[in-house]
Design a protein around this ligand. Structure first.
Ligand code: F6R
Length: 647
C-alpha cells in the first residue's frame, strides 16, 4: 500500500524524507518520490517549470519570477523502482533538493496507471507551485478530469491523484481571496473516495497541509519540527509524541505549531498519544505476522475492491477496465478460467458465479494443465486469467497460448503493470494492496469479489432483473461489516486450533459455492503448518475418503444454512458414526449443528453466492493459529516463494 512521509522544521528535509520512505518499504511499492519546498518565501507568485538534469525521470521546478529568491520553489524528484534508485536520482540531481527544510515523500503502489516515473508521486500543478502526495482512490476522478480539461488543465499522468492537485490549483486561482488551506478544503469537499494527502505550495511556502479520509495519517510532534506519515514507522525514531488524524480531519502544520480542523473548518481538540511500540510492531500494525495483519485487513480491502465499482445508487456495477469489452464478453460462447493455487480456487467460485448469474458456460483449468493438453480454444472464447502477482509462469503461458489461438483474454491481477496485466486484452485490478505473507488471504477474497462483480456486470439487463442485481449489490455492500463480525470470533478459533495443532491429517468438506472454499482451507493449512490436508466436495466423501476417517482425523465441514444444509448434516453424521472429530463452519444462530459437531465456528448469514467470502475467513484463521502454535514461520513457509515465475 502507498506510503506517505512529510517534514517541516530546521533540519535538511531530503535525507529525512528518504530515510522515512525506507521505513515504509515494508508496505510494498513500485515507485517513490519526494518534493521539497526550497529556498525562501515566494508568496503569491506563480512558478515556472524547469527540468533539472538531462534525465526525464528527474523532474524539478524552481520559482523564478519577480519577488522570489533565485532558488526558491517546489522541487520534485521521483522515480519508478525502489527507494535506493530514488536516492541515486537525488544524488545525481546536482543538489536540486539540498538545503530545503520542508518536504513530502511517497512510495506508490500503483492503482490507476502503470508503475512509471510519470505516475509516481508527488504530482505537481502545471505551474509547479503545488506538490501533492495521495494514498487512496479518488472515485470521481474521471468526471473531474473532464471538468478540469474544460478549464485547460492537461494531465501528465494516468493517476486519479493528479486530478486532486489540479483541482486545488483551479479552486485557488478561480475563487477570489482564496488561500492554500481554503483551496485544499474546497477540493476535498468535491472529491469522492478515500484519501490521505500531504500538500505543499510555493505560494504559501511555510505550510504543510495534510488531510485524511479512510487512509491513515499520523503527525509526529518534535521540538520546533513536525513529521507526517501514513503510519508511525518513519516517525518513531524522531519523536514518540504523535497525533492520529481521524477521517474528515485536516492538519495545518507550520514550524511554529499545528492545528487540526474538520474539513468543514471547525477546530478539533486532539490529544497527543505516546508511542510505546517498536518499529517491527508498527510494520505489522501490531500483529505478530503479516499473514494475520492481512487476514484482519480484509474488511478494508473489500471496501477498496468495490470502491467506485459497486454503484448502489445506480443499481449497477461499473468495471472501468472492461467497460469497452463488456458486450464482447457477454457474447462469449464459453469462458475458460485459468490460474494456479489459491487463484485457481477463486476461479472455481467464478465458474459458479458466472454460470448462475450470467448463464455463460465456464470451464476452469489449472494453467499448467491447460498449456500441455492441446486445449480447444479459439475466436469467440474468452479466457479469464487470475493472478495475484501477475507473474506466475504457467498462467502467463496459458494466456499467451489462448491469445495465439484467437481467444480474447481478460486479466484479474493485483499487481498493477505486472506482465499478465500488460499482456491481457483488458482486465480488472483487485486493489488488495501488496500481499507480503506468502500464503494468499486478502488477495483471494479480493479476486472473488472481482469475479462476483464481473458476473453481475455480465448479467445485468440479460439474465437478472434490476431487483435481483440490486439485492446482490446490497449483499456486497454489507460484506465488510459481516467479515468484521467473523474476525471478532478470533479468540474462539484460536482455542480450536490449540486442540488440533498436533493432528497429522485434516479433511475439508464443502458443497456448491463452499466446495472451492474447502480446497482453499486445505491448501492454506498444508502450506503453512505442513499438516497434510485434503479438500473434497462433501458428497464425494462416501466415494473414497470416508475410508480415512477415525478419531485421529479432524474433518472441517463447511455447513452454512443453504439449500444443501440437510445433506451436509448427513455427511457430518457419517463422520461422527466413524469416530471422526468435526469442526463445523455454520450460520450464526444454528444450534442444531452444535449437537452434532465437536466445535463450531460461526459466520453471519448471507446469500449462497457470497458465503465463500465469509466461510473462508475462519479457515484462514484456523490455519494461521495451527501453524503458529506448531512454531512454523507462517510468513515464510518452507519451499515456497510468493511468486512462482518458473514452470
Ligand atoms: C497459496 C498461494 C499460491 C498462489 C499461486 C498463484 O496461498 O499463494 O497457491 O495462489 O502460486 O499465484 P498468483 O496468484 O500470483 O498467480
Amino acid at each position: 500500500m502507498c506510503g506517505i512521509v512529510g517534514y517541516i522544521g530546521q533540519q535538511e528535509a531530503a535525507p529525512l524524507l528518504l530515510k522515512g520512505l525506507q521505513r515504509l518499504e515494508y508496505r510494498g511499492y513500485d515507485s517513490a518520490g519526494i518534493a521539497v519546498q526550497h529556498g525562501g518565501r515566494c508568496e503569491g507568485v506563480g512558478a515556472t517549470g524547469e527540468v533539472l538534469g538531462a534525465m526525464n525521470d528527474v523532474l524539478g521546478v524552481r520559482c523564478d519570477e519577480k519577488g522570489m529568491e533565485d532558488d526558491a520553489g517546489v522541487r520534485v524528484v521521483k522515480r519508478k523502482g525502489n527507494v535506493a534508485s530514488l536516492g541515486k536520482a537525488l544524488a545525481g540531481s546536482n543538489g536540486a533538493v539540498s538545503g530545503a527544510t520542508m518536504g513530502i515523500g511517497h512510495t506508490r503502489w500503483a492503482t490507476h496507471g502503470d508503475p512509471s516515473d510519470r505516475n509516481a508521486h508527488p504530482h505537481m500543478s502545471a505551474d509547479g507551485s503545488i506538490a501533492l502526495i495521495h494514498n487512496g482512490i479518488i472515485e470521481n476522478h474521471a468526471a473531474l478530469r473532464v471538468e478540469l480539461g474544460k478549464h485547460g488543465y492537461e494531465f501528465v499522468s494516468d493517476t486519479d491523484s493528479e486530478v486532486l492537485v489540479h483541482l486545488i490549483d483551479h479552486l485557488w486561482k478561480s475563487i477570489p481571496f482564496m488561500n492554500f488551506e481554503g483551496a485544499v478544503r474546497e477540493a476535498l469537499s468535491i472529491v469522492d473516495g478515500a484519501y490521505g494527502i500531504c500538500v505543499i505550495s510555493s505560494r504559501e511556502p511555510d505550510k504543510l497541509l495534510v488531510a485524511r479520509n479512510g487512509s491513515p495519517l499520523v503527525i509526529g510532534v518534535g521540538d520546533g519540527e513536525y513529521f507526517v506519515a501514513s503510519d508511525a514507522a518513519p516517525i518513531v525514531e524522531h519523536t514518540r509524541r504523535v497525533v492520529y488524524l481521524s477521517d474528515g480531519e485536516m492538519g495545518v502544520i507550520t514550524r511554529d505549531g499545528y492545528t487540526v480542523k474538520s474539513i468543514g473548518n471547525i477546530v478539533c481538540e486532539k490529544g497527543l498519544t505516546e508511542l510505546d511500540f517498536d518499529l517491527e510492531e508498527i510494520e505489522k500494525a501490531g500483529f505478530e505476522h503479516f499473514m494475520l495483519k492481512e487476514i484482519f485487513e480484509q474488511p478494508e480491502v473489500m471496501q477498496d475492491v468495490m470502491r467506485g465499482r459497486v454503484r448502489l445508487d445506480e443499481g449497477r456495477i461499473q468495471l472501468g477496465g472492461i467497460a469497452d469489452q463488456l458486450e464482447r464478453l457477454r457474447e462469449a460462447k464459453r469462458i475458460v478460467i485459468c490460474a494456479c493455487g489459491t487463484s485457481w480456487h477463486a476461479g472455481l467460485i467464478g465458474e459458479y458465479l458466472i454460470e448462475e448469474f450470467a448463464r455463460i458456460p465456464v470451464e476452469v483449468d489449472y494453467a499448467s494443465e491447460f498449456r500441455y493438453r492441446s486445449p480447444i480454444v479459439g475466436p469467440g472464447d474468452v479466457m479469464i486469467v487470475i493472478s495475484q502477482s501477475g507473474e506466475t509462469a504457467d498462467t502467463l503461458a496459458a494466456l499467451r497460448l489462448a491469445k495465439e489461438k484467437g481467444a480474447m483474454v481478460v486479466g484479474i491481477c493485483n499487481v498493477v503493470g505486472s506482465t499478465i496485466a500488460r499482456e491481457t486484452d483488458c482486465g480488472m485490478y483487485t486493489h488488495a494492496g501488496p500481499e507480503i505473507g506468502v500464503a494468499s488471504t486478502k488477495a483471494f477474497t479480493a479476486q472473488v469479489i472481482v469475479l462476483t462483480m464481473l458476473a453481475l456486470a455480465l448479467s445485468k439487463d440479460r439474465t437478472m432483473t434490476d431487483g435481483e442485481v440490486m439485492d446482490a449489490l446490497r449483499c456486497l455492500n454489507d460484506l465488510p461489516e459481516r467479515v468484521k463480525r467473523i474476525l471478532d470470533y478470533n479468540g474462539e478459533i484460536q482455542s480450536i486450533a490449540e486442540e488440533y495443532k498436533d493432528a497429522r491429517n485434516f479433511l475439508y468438506l464443502g458443497r456448491g459455492y463452499n466446495f472451492p472454499v474447502a480446497l482453499e482451507g486445505a491448501l492454506k493449512l498444508k502450506e503453512i503448518s505442513y499438516i497434510h490436508a485434503e479438500g473434497y466436495p462433501a458428497a464425494e466423501m462416501k466415494h473414497g475418503p470416508i475410508a480415512l476417517i477415525d478419531e485421529e482425523m479432524p474433518v472441517v465441514v463447511i455447513a452454512p444454512k443453504d439449500d444443501t444444509y440437510q445433506k451436509v448434516l448427513s455427511n457430518i453424521q457419517e463422520v461422527k458414526a466413524r469416530g471422526g472429530r468435526v469442526i463445523a463452519i455454520a450460520t450464526e444462530g444454528d444450534e442444531e449443528i452444535r449437537e452434532l459437531a465437536d466445535h463450531v465456528m460461526y459466520v453471519p448469514e448471507g446469500k449462497a453466492f457470497m458465503m465463500p467470502l465469509l466461510t473462508v475467513i475462519p479457515l484462514q484463521l484456523l490455519s494461521y493459529y495451527v501453524a503458529t502454535l506448531r512454531g512454523c514461520d507462517v510468513d515464510r513457509p518452507r519451499n515456497l516463494a510468493k511468486s512462482v515465475t518458473v514452470e
